[in-house]
Design a protein around this ligand. Structure first.
Ligand code: ADP
Ligand code: MG
Length: 383
């Protein structure tokens, strides 16, 4: 008998949307009147976009987000503000998803992964991104020593509607990856799940996954800008309630580094030329359509039209707490793509989800789990 989820009251909340602007790079610094974005402080809520004629204030457009980070904002600041509270939600048994969305070269990978190098003492780099920081925080928040908590991670890549397991030992293992639906919930079958006992082990796995992603990227030009990378963390915590019931809390965190947003047309509409050039990114295109359908409250939401939206269905209009980190360049030469990202992110603010806790309150389920564990221990002893 499957454990029954507790009927936690699910209140609607909007998807959280934050904007991060990277610093101007050397190439852009040589442009005349290079910066077109103006910020109110390192961390504010508003962003002004100066249009073509800087002296004409009427051409300035202002966007408001849950947070807006200026180029000087550190990884630590973005993490403390945006991701740490999400890690706490995961520990409480929520499913949470963080998407990095933006044009190639604007800092999606920097934000999600960043520098993975560790100091000799095992400390994270100041440039470490959200994934390593989230795992370090997780191991700080949860007491794993008592043996009542476990963490497992998976990492997959989605390119050209094909799933690939970045933690798989052999390439054949990726062939086993499959999405299937059961009781309206989409599951990923066949992915390597690694149990980790320390954040350092996670860093090793991340390095392994990055290497795997890069090898393929150099073989196939532009692949890295067209592939999506999803890092999945599951935390299981056993707790006892004051009334003596055993509670199994399961929290999940998806950290998604999306393909470059330039891979869909400016309007998000299907572009025949792009399709002919094989440049249409079905998953990114469908993600935009799903967002539109949810915002416009259309009856039909086209989740099924791409693997990305199937895999992350619950993150959009479902029971997951979702955050989008939209990344942009401050440079005039990227203005058109920046405006496109700002429009997209702004629209996504209107999506409403109903997050709920995954709490399995069933003595029987827990006991049978213990029994299995005991059987396993007995078998190990006899071996
Ligand atoms: P994307 O993944 O969106 O294509 P990257 O994360 O690879 O972009 O970033 C492109 C370059 O800009 C990298 O060299 C990265 O280190 C740098 N960069 C991006 N964001 C920042 C930032 N906030 N601070 C400093 N450097 C950044
Ligand atoms: Mg990248």
């Amino acid at each position: 008998m499957p454990p029954t989820p507790a009927s936690a009251a699910a209140a609607e909340t909007n998807i959280q949307v934050v904007l991060r602007c990277r610093p101007i790079n050397d190439k852009e610094a040589t442009e005349r009147a290079h910066a077109v974005l103006a910020f109110k402080g390192i961390r504010g809520r508003e962003l002004a976009v100066r249009a073509a004629i800087p002296s004409d204030r009427s051409l300035t457009k202002t966007f408001t987000f849950d947070r807006v980070y200026a180029p000087e904002a550190s990884q630590e600041l973005v993490f403390r503000d945006v991701v740490y509270p999400i890690v706490e939600e995961v520990v409480s048994g929520y499913n949470c998803t963080i998407f990095a969305y933006g044009q190639t070269g604007t800092g999606k990978t920097h934000t999600m992964q960043g520098d993975l190098a560790l100091s000799p003492g095992g400390q994270l780099s100041p440039h470490a991104g959200m994934i390593p920081r989230a795992l370090y925080a997780l191991f700080e928040i949860v007491n794993f020593d008592a043996g009542d908590a476990t963490v497992k991670v998976s990492c997959i890549e989605l390119y050209n509607e094909e799933l690939r397991d970045l933690l798989a030992v052999t390439d054949d293992d990726s062939a086993k990856l499959k999405l299937y639906e059961e009781n309206k919930v989409v599951h990923l079958q066949g992915a390597q799940e690694r149990f980790v006992k320390s954040p350092v082990e996670v860093i090793q796995l991340l390095n392994q996954a990055t290497e795997k992603r890069q090898v393929a990227a150099t073989k196939m030009n532009e692949k890295s800008s067209r592939s999506h990378c999803v890092f999945m963390v599951t935390v299981m915590i056993k707790e006892s309630t004051p009334d003596g019931l055993e509670v199994m809390k399961v929290g999940k965190l998806n950290l998604v580094d999306l393909a470059g947003s330039e891979n869909i047309g400016r309007s998000g509409a299907e572009n025949r030329q792009a399709r002919e050039a094989g440049a249409i990114n079905q998953s990114l295109l469908t993600l935009g359509r799903v967002i539109n359908a949810l915002v416009e409250k259309q009856g039909h939401v086209p989740y099924r039209e791409s693997k990305l939206t199937r895999l992350l269905k619950d993150s959009l209009g479902g029971h997951t707490k979702t955050c989008i980190i939209a990344t942009v360049s401050p440079a005039r030469s990227n203005l058109e793509e920046t405006l496109s990202t700002l429009d997209y992110a702004h629209r996504a603010k209107n999506i409403r989800n109903k997050p709920k806790v995954n709490e399995h309150r069933s003595k029987r389920a827990i006991i049978s789990e213990y029994e299995r564990e005991i059987d396993q221990l007995r078998a190990d002893l006899q071996a």
